[in-house]
Design a binder for this molecule. Structure first.
Ligand code: E4P
Length: 215
């Protein structure tokens, strides 16, 4: 499973890249707003650090606006993926970008048929949101499993990018459900490498060695 980081914070991206775990980046308008920086400028900075796919979400919600904005973003670097919403206009833009050879990530996917439709329109990635479904008492993980099954039934090449991952349990369940990619916040990357038995085991190894040999 590929691992993307879900952030527009350059320092977090660099830290994940330095650990050798990073295959790509997803951003969205809320994450960019949090950084308070020009979207295009930040995308260019991210693409200098990461070779893998970097999702750049359009702000426009109409077809013409999405095409204009997406074409501008696509010029930033070869690894830019245009992120479009799972709407009718987003679907149409997905087809146009696919025809132009620009990869897309169809975001805000909340039910399996949206995933089937965007795959037909040529999406490179589809982003089902787990946490936001859990927030309204629906099973986000079931969505991942259902899309996986539909794509496998028909040999659909669109990659399932599990998004809106809030904690390590989401992350491991995505891997078990066969998501192609998980995009996770940096906080979750840090959490998964934390285990009390690793910490106490390490402490004891060092203490035993020091007791025997000093230092
Ligand atoms: C995915 O591309 C989105 O940026 C993200 O995963 C949304 O997560 P949230 O529901 O925690 O905001």
């Amino acid at each position: 499973m590929d691992l993307y980081i879900d952030t527009a914070n350059l320092d977090e991206i660099k830290q994940a890249a330095d650990m050798g775990v990073l295959d790509g980046v997803t951003t969205n308008p809320s994450l960019i707003a949090k950084e308070g920086i020009d979207y295009g400028k930040r995308l260019a900075e991210i693409c200098k650090v990461v070779d893998g796919p970097v999702s750049a979400e359009v702000i426009a919600t109409d077809y013409d606006g999405m095409m204009k904005e997406g074409r501008e973003r696509a010029k930033i670097a070869d690894n830019i993926v245009i992120k479009l919403p799972c709407t009718m206009d987003g679907l149409k833009a997905c087809k146009s970008f696919t025809d132009e050879g620009t990869p897309t990530n169809l975001t805000l996917c909340f039910q399996p048929l949206q995933a089937l439709m965007v795959a037909k329109a040529g999406a490179f990635l589809v982003s089902p949101f787990i946490g936001r479904l859990d927030d309204i008492a629906q099973d986000g993980m079931e969505l991942i499993a259902n899309i996986r099954q539909i794509y496998d039934n028909y040999g659909i090449p669109t990659k399932v990018l599990a998004a809106s991952i809030r904690h390590p349990l989401h992350f491991v369940q995505c891997a078990l459900a066969g998501a192609d990619v998980a995009t996770v916040p940096f906080s979750v990357i840090k959490q998964v490498m934390k285990h009390p038995l690793t910490d106490s085991g390490l402490e004891k190894f060092v203490a035993d060695y020091q007791k025997a040999f000093g230092g």
